[in-house]
Design a binder for this molecule. Structure first.
Ligand code: SF4
Length: 65
């Protein structure tokens, strides 16, 4: 799995960080998403898919496999 984020779309809602703090963080300056792990391990991948699906800005995309 490879994760991509689009900071230009992010509205800083923080849901991705709440869902998978091992993969997503937020900038302390403006709250925009920061990607910590572009290639998350298998045990986090289901949570990453959930985070992508609940992102209100559709700022998270996931490439499989
Ligand atoms: S859930 Fe989406 S809009 Fe909210 S902080 Fe994460 S990437 Fe940004």
């Amino acid at each position: 799995m490879r994760v991509n984020v689009d900071p230009d779309r992010c509205c800083s809602s923080g849901q991705c960080v709440a869902a998978v703090p091992e993969v997503f963080d937020q900038s302390e300056d403006d709250g925009v998403v920061l990607l910590i792990q572009p290639q998350p391990p298998a045990e986090l991948q289901a949570a990453v898919r959930t985070a992508a699906s609940i992102c209100p800005a559709r700022a998270i995309s996931v490439q499989e496999p």
